[in-house]
Design a protein around this ligand. Structure first.
Ligand code: F6P
Length: 343
């Protein structure tokens, strides 16, 4: 078979491990010809492709980023976009396509699959907010990076008796904030799922610091919002999928905590550090399992499906199910576990 591969959306540690696994099993296991499309859906829009073979994939397993490049291009937001994708498909002589991406990339995959294109999805995002799979590759790496940062912030916060606000990624779901916050012993974790009350946060911090010299690290997801009317935050521009460009809640929080409590506060915004660099062993293994399962799914004709992890088994789930609703943080994890350590 002639099988296309693309990586779309924000990059994520483990993308190269998926590509490598698809190519290895496709080429040596099935005798496939693999075609790499550049920069996500833009590569299909503009017909930019190249040969993907085992040789090209040598040494990429531990490398972050993606050798195919990525973008947030949405063909459905481009005049004549879907038609251009279909035309490229014909010209390239594709039998199938493996789309590796998150909610947006797989949302496009789902629509194109409904139009008859033979597509299999692989779930990717450091945010871990994709439904139908218990975990996405990249999440574990991002949590480890954020946890290492929180550990470092603790020692400097302790030395200066400060509050340090650590802003992590997660625009609609607070998975990274919750996991890294628990792993790093955060004094407070603020997530997009539950608007926070700034006075309550300050009360917890005051209580904690009243016990003596007691530094605090507050972990906030970039998409966390204050309860309506309680605190002003600026809004950003929108991308091709209509998502607001975030970043800024950490600064607002640190300033407000210092103003309301008188405790010296600082902010660290981890940003793209969480997405760059080498994947953890867990993510390398998961990405490899997903890649092998994706090319198997192509040969089983399981189109319109996504590979997924459930109870440590790789299964197949409809793309439509994966993109129907975001997977948000279990409130029990925040209230019954994380909160035990606040205040
Ligand atoms: O990949 C998802 C994500 O990590 C979000 O958490 C974040 O809001 C977004 O990417 C930022 O991506 P970019 O700066 O590439 O637009």
């Amino acid at each position: 078979m002639r099988v296309g591969v693309l990586t779309g959306g924000g990059d994520c540690p483990g993308l190269n491990a998926v590509i490598r696994a698809v190519v290895r099993k496709g080429e040596t296991g099935y005798g496939d010809e693999l075609v790499g499309f550049e920069d996500g859906w833009r590569g299909l829009l503009e017909d930019r492709r190249s040969v993907l073979d085992v040789e090209r994939c040598r040494g990429i397993l531990p490398r972050g980023g993606t050798i195919l490049g990525t973008s947030r291009t949405n063909p459905y937001r481009v005049e004549g976009g879907p038609e251009a994708v279909h035309a490229t498909w014909e010209r390239a002589g594709l039998d199938a396509l493996i789309a590796i991406g998150g909610e947006d990339t797989l949302g496009v995959a789902n629509r194109l699959a409904a139009e008859g294109l033979q597509i299999v999805g692989v779930p990717k995002t450091i945010d871990n907010d994709l439904s139908a799979t218990e975990v996405t590759f990249g999440f574990h790496t991002a949590v480890q990076i954020a946890t290492d940062a929180i550990d470092r912030l603790h020692t400097t916060a302790e030395s200066h008796d400060r509050v340090i606000v650590c802003e992590v990624m997660g625009r609609h779901a607070g998975w990274i904030a919750t996991y890294a916050g628990i792993a790093g012993g955060a004094a407070e974790i603020l997530v997009p799922e539950e608007p926070f009350d700034i006075e309550e946060v300050c009360a917890h911090l005051r209580a904690r610091h009243a016990k003596g010299r007691y530094a605090s690290v507050v972990v906030v997801a970039e998409g966390a919002k204050p309860k309506e009317g309680s605190l002003a935050v600026r809004s950003g521009e929108l991308d091709a999928f209509g998502h607001e460009r975030l970043g800024g809640i950490g600064n607002v929080l640190a300033e407000e905590i210092e103003r309301r409590t008188g405790m010296e506060s600082r902010v660290t915004i981890l940003g793209h550090v969480q997405r760059g660099g080498t994947p953890t062993a867990f993510d390398r293994v998961l990405a490899t399992r997903f890649g092998v399962a994706a090319i198997d799914a192509v040969h089983d004709g399981a189109f319109g499906m996504m590979v997924a992890l459930r109870a440590d088994q790789i299964v197949r789930a409809p793309l439509a199910e994966a993109v129907a609703a975001l997977k948000t943080v279990d409130p029990g994890l925040v209230h019954e576990v994380a909160e035990v350590f606040w205040g």
